[in-house]
Design a protein around this ligand. Structure first.
Ligand code: NAP
Ligand code: GLV
Length: 340
C-alpha cells in the first residue's frame, strides 16, 4: 500500500508527533512556522492529498475541498475550535473532521484568569507606569482596581473551558452564575454554579466571561443591547472567538463607559492591526490569541491532532471526531490507507 499523501500547514511542537507523520505518510510541510500558507499556497498544496493537518488560521471551505479532490479522507485541526472548517460540506463528502478538545482546557482557563486579574488590577497600565518612569509615589487612590472576593462571575458557555474557569473562581470566593444553550444540573451541583438566562446574567455579573464556540447562533451574541445590560462597573472577558462579540459595539461601550473594561484574547480580525480603536483604549487588556500557548498544551495538541489523522487513515476511530455522521457516509474501513 503506498503511503498516504498529507499536507501539514505548519511544523508542530512535538518531535514524536512529527516523526509519526513521516513514518506513516508522505508529508508536504509548510515550513514557515510563523505565517500560514497563503490562500494560493493552500489551494495548490492540498491538491491530490489524502489528509490535511491544518490550523485555525486556515479556512477550509468548499473551494479548498474541491482543490483537494475526492480522495481527501480527513481534516485534522490543531485546535479545539472548528469554525474555520465547513464541517457540513466535509460530512457530505465523507471527510472526517477531527479536533483537539480537553488537552488545552486548563491552559485556556488559566489564561482567562490571567486576563481577569490583569484587567481588574490594571496590571498592564501599572507595568507601563513603572517602565515609563511615571510612578509618582505610593498614594491612596493610585491605580485602584476591583477586588474579586464576593463578586459575581458570569460564564457564558459552561463547557470544558467554562467549567474550569468556574472551578478556579471558588478559590477567589466568588459567586458563579452561568448561561448555556443547555442547563447542566450535574455541573450546577459539582461546581456550585447557578443557571441564569443570558439577559439576567449580563445584568448581575461583575465579570462576564465568554466560552461558547463560534456558530451561526453565537455570532455577535454580545452586541450593543447586551453590553448596555451590563453593569457600568463590569468587565467583559473573551477567550472564545472574536466574532462572538460585536467589536464596534464593544469599542463604543468602552469609550462611553457602559462597562468598565474588557480583556480579550480573540478578535474579529486577527492579527489585530496596531492602529485599531481597541489599541487606543486604556481600559482593555489585549492578548494575541495565546489561550492554549503553554508548552504542555501545544505539545499535547500536536500529539492529538497527529493521532487523530493517523487513526482515521488506519481505519480506526480518532480520539475526537467532530462529525460522527460521517461514519454512515464513508465507513472507517473505506478510509483505511495504513496497514498496522
Ligand atoms: P465546549 O466544551 O464545547 O464548550 C462550549 C459550551 O458552549 C458548551 O457547553 C456548549 O453547549 C455551549 N454552547 C454552544 N452553543 C451555544 C449557544 N448558542 N449558546 C450558549 N451556549 C452554547 O468547548 P471548549 O473546549 O470549552 O471550548 C470553547 C471555545 O473556546 C472553543 O470553541 C474555541 O472557540 C475557544 N477556544 C479558544 C482558545 C484560545 O486560544 N483563546 C483556545 C481553545 C478554545 P453544548 O455542550 O450543549 O454544545
Ligand atoms: C484555539 O483557539 C482553539 O480553538 O484551539
Amino acid at each position: 500500500m503506498p503511503k498516504p499523501k498529507i499536507y501539514v500547514t505548519r511544523p508542530l511542537p512535538s518531535k514524536e508527533a512529527m516523526e509519526k507523520l513521516y513514518k506513516y505518510c508522505e508529508v508536504d510541510l509548510h515550513e514557515d512556522e510563523k505565517h500560514p500558507p497563503t490562500r494560493e499556497e493552500l489551494l495548490e498544496h492540498v491538491r491530490g492529498k489524502d489528509a490535511l493537518l491544518c490550523l485555525l488560521t486556515d479556512k477550509i471551505d468548499r473551494e479548498v475541498l474541491d482543490a483537494a479532490g475526492p480522495q481527501l479522507r480527513v481534516v485534522s485541526t490543531y485546535s479545539v475550535g472548528f469554525d474555520h472548517i465547513d464541517v457540513e460540506e466535509c460530512t457530505k463528502r465523507g471527510i472526517y473532521v477531527c479536533n483537539t478538545p480537553g488537552v488545552l482546557t486548563e491552559a485556556v482557563a488559566e489564561l482567562t484568569w490571567a486576563l481577569i486579574l490583569a484587567i481588574c488590577r490594571r496590571i498592564v497600565e501599572a507595568d507601563e507606569e513603572v517602565r515609563k518612569g511615571r510612578w509618582p509615589a505610593w498614594y491612596p487612590t493610585y491605580l485602584l482596581g476591583m477586588e474579586l472576593r464576593g463578586k459575581t462571575l458570569g460564564i457564558v458557555g459552561l463547557g470544558r473551558i467554562g467549567s474550569v474557569v468556574a472551578r478556579i473562581a471558588r478559590g477567589f470566593d466568588m459567586k458563579v452564575i452561568y448561561y448555556d444553550v443547555r442547563r447542566k444540573p450535574d455541573l450546577e451541583l459539582l461546581l456550585g454554579v447557578e443557571y441564569k438566562p443570558l439577559d439576567e446574567l449580563l445584568k448581575e455579573a461583575d465579570i462576564v466571561s465568554i466560552h461558547v464556540p463560534l456558530t451561526k447562533e453565537t455570532y455577535h451574541m454580545i452586541g450593543e443591547r447586551e453590553l448596555k445590560l451590563m453593569k457600568p462597573t463590569a468587565y467583559l472577558i473573551n477567550t472564545a472567538r472574536g466574532p462572538v462579540v460585536d467589536t464596534k459595539a464593544l469599542v463604543k461601550a468602552l469609550k462611553e463607559g457602559w462597562i468598565r473594561g474588557a480583556a480579550l484574547d480573540v478578535f474579529e480580525q486577527e492579527p489585530l492591526p496596531p492602529d485599531h480603536e481597541l489599541c487606543k483604549l486604556k481600559n482593555v487588556v489585549l492578548a494575541p490569541h495565546i489561550g492554549s500557548a503553554t508548552y504542555e498544551a501545544r505539545k499535547a495538541m500536536a500529539d492529538m491532532a497527529v493521532d487523530n489523522l493517523i487513526l482515521v487513515l488506519k481505519g480506526k476511530m480518532p480520539l475526537s471526531l467532530v462529525n460522527p455522521e460521517v461514519l454512515k457516509i464513508r465507513p472507517l474501513e473505506k478510509v483505511k490507507m495504513i496497514e498496522e
